[in-house]
Design a protein around this ligand. Structure first.
Ligand code: ZN
Length: 158
């Protein structure tokens, strides 16, 4: 499911808002800074982010699209709630502008840099079926997947 491109949301309804509420709850319970609907088993293009920095506010976006990105990139360590225990340095665009629908169905535009920019790109990757381990070098990806395979039985048991 995490490898599948999620479907566009045709109309923002109470069901969408209830999905978003579940996603925020899951994200905060797992102490995450972002979550995409496929991570809770729903193949819809919905993301929530909250970097929880000084001036950050929680954002929910439906059908988000990156409409502008900087040439400049930025490298920082990332992890993922769907791949617990794995962390690696990932190169991302330093700044992005993202457009999508808010919970009220109105168009929203988010201009982001720093952690917010990184989290938005990570979550938009999720709705395209892309994981952060796909954004590292093939050698590092092999090492990460080996580590993941070793951890998996314990994770299943726990
Ligand atoms: Zn993730």
């Amino acid at each position: 499911m995490l490898r599948t491109r999620a479907e566009e949301v045709a109309a923002v309804t109470d069901e969408t808002r209830s999905l978003i509420a579940d996603m925020f709850e899951t994200m905060y319970a797992e102490d995450g800074v972002g979550l995409a609907a496929p991570q809770i088993g729903v193949l819809q293009r919905v993301i929530v982010v909250d970097p929880r920095e000084d001036e950050s506010v929680p954002v929910a976006l439906i059908n988000p699209v990156i409409v502008m990105e900087s040439e400049e990139t930025d490298r920082a360590e990332e992890g993922c709630l769907s791949l617990p225990g794995l962390k690696e340095i990932v190169e991302r665009k330093a700044r992005v502008v993202v457009e999508g629908l808010g919970q009220d169905g109105a168009l929203r535009r988010v201009e982001a840099d720093g952690l917010l920019s990184r989290v938005l790109q990570h979550e938009i990757d999720h709705i395209d079926g892309i994981l952060f381990i796909d954004r590292v070098s093939p050698l590092k990806r092999t090492l990460l997947l080996k580590r993941w395979q070793k951890m998996k039985p314990e994770a299943a048991a726990g």
